[in-house]
Ligand binder design. Structure first.
Ligand SMILES: C[S@@+](CC[C@H](N)C(=O)[O-])C[C@H]1O[C@@H](n2cnc3c(N)ncnc32)[C@H](O)[C@@H]1O
Length: 211
């Protein structure tokens, strides 16, 4: 792989609201030749009138785009933090010779734990976003289990697994559209969550072990 002399900044932009984005990210965007990110992420920086590449989920298109650039300052915007299930891992392995700096952001787990008044020292933080995980094994081992979700393995599906495994009375915190004006944070039991009718988009959960 040849080095295209690009400098890549992968910036965590927090849960989505501009107030939760670190000032250094705005500086990196200001100095960027091109911004790369999902449309939700690029929208936040539309006033900067930067050249943008919309990441639609195709990793090969992303790699092709980055390899086609020469001597550019590239800012890749990722949700939450760079170190927690972001595009960082793919970009670092796909472009091993590239100069890459990571700018951390506020993860959705940090945001949701703060909002429900809990700490995460004894928590398992994991992802069901496009991957499988036997999280039921962890609910008795850890004080709490935080899970990223996707459309299929969404907060209701997780609640169903909990109820079926006998954990229906565990406290269950659901964070939907965190930091956005339509944010919803619902703290109920897993059993009660089965009666809810809320959005499955952009959500994450905390399962709290019974004391
Ligand atoms: C690819 S992962 C990115 C995780 C991110 N790096 C982090 O630190 O939070 C995408 C998942 O993060 C969660 N997520 C990101 N932003 C969110 C928000 N504003 N509200 C609720 N969940 C969010 C959702 O579970 C979503 O499916």
């Amino acid at each position: 792989m040849k080095n295209n002399h690009n400098h890549i900044y992968i910036c965590g932009i927090g849960p989505g609201h501009p107030d939760y984005i670190a000032p250094i990210v705005y500086k990196k965007v200001e100095n960027a030749d091109i911004l790369i990110g999902g449309s939700r992420h690029l929208e936040i920086f539309s006033d900067y009138k930067k050249n943008c590449f919309v990441f639609t989920g195709s990793l090969s298109a992303l790699k092709d785009k980055m390899e086609s650039l020469q001597n550019k300052t590239i800012v890749v915007l990722v949700s939450g933090d760079t170190g927690f299930y972001s595009l960082r891992r793919y970009i670092q392995s796909a472009l091993p010779d590239a100069a890459i700096d990571l700018i951390p952001g506020l993860s959705s787990y940090q945001y949701l734990y703060a909002k429900v008044g809990l700490g995460y020292e004894n928590a398992l933080k994991a992802s069901l976003h496009g991957k499988e995980l036997d999280f039921l094994q962890a609910v008795e081992t850890y004080e709490s289990v935080f899970l990223l979700t996707d459309k299929k393995q969404n907060w209701k599906w997780i609640a169903e697994q909990l109820v079926n495994a006998g954990y229906g009375d565990y406290n269950y915190h659901i964070g939907i559209h965190l930091s956005y004006p339509d944010e919803k944070i619902i703290s109920i039991t897993a059993k009660e969550a089965l009666q809810l009718d809320e959005d499955y988009d952009l959500s994450c959960v905390i399962i709290e072990r019974n004391k």
